[in-house]
Write a protein that binds this ligand. Structure first.
Ligand SMILES: [Zn+2]
Length: 147
């Protein structure tokens, strides 16, 4: 099953239900489903796939964040990419990216890091976005990125 199951008309052929594959011999020629049940099943599955995709991304991000968080707590700000991958880090998932000079800087929620072809380095916690939200509560102020 592919994401793009829609095919433009194949000319002479009768319409085929996107869900069950039965030919549709009645109704408008551009009908996509043979029945309400098939239509519901199709859209439910699509919604489920979309939710599953989102969950997969969220889980990967949470896993990445947990690993980065552990590194910070251990005082490690640079680590070999192979080791990170062994820990389960997936470089395909991040919450933001920007190019800074020649560096590729990524964020995983509140943790920032630079990705090179062989290492993850300059791991640090981003304080700025939190500070803005709790500006009146300026009790704790740590120094980001001094390590
Ligand atoms: Zn059908």
């Amino acid at each position: 099953m592919t994401l793009m199951e829609y095919r433009p008309e194949e000319g002479h052929k009768a319409a085929v239900c996107l869900e069950c594959g039965d030919e549709i011999h009645y109704g408008r020629p551009d009908r996509k489903f043979c029945s309400k049940n098939c239509k519901n099943a199709y859209h439910n599955r699509k919604a489920r796939n979309s939710r599953n995709t989102k969950l997969k991304v969220i889980n990967a991000l949470e896993k990445n964040h947990g690993i980065l968080d552990r590194m910070l707590k251990l005082g490690i700000d640079s680590i070999d990419l192979v080791d990170m991958k062994h820990l389960g880090f997936n470089v395909d998932y991040s919450t933001s990216y920007r190019k800074i000079r020649r560096h590729d800087e990524y964020c995983c929620f509140d943790i920032r890091y630079i990705l090179t072809p062989t290492r993850i380095c300059s791991i640090s916690r981003v304080q700025a976005m939190l500070d803005a939200d709790i500006s009146e509560k300026n009790s704790v102020h740590s120094h980001p990125g001094s390590k």
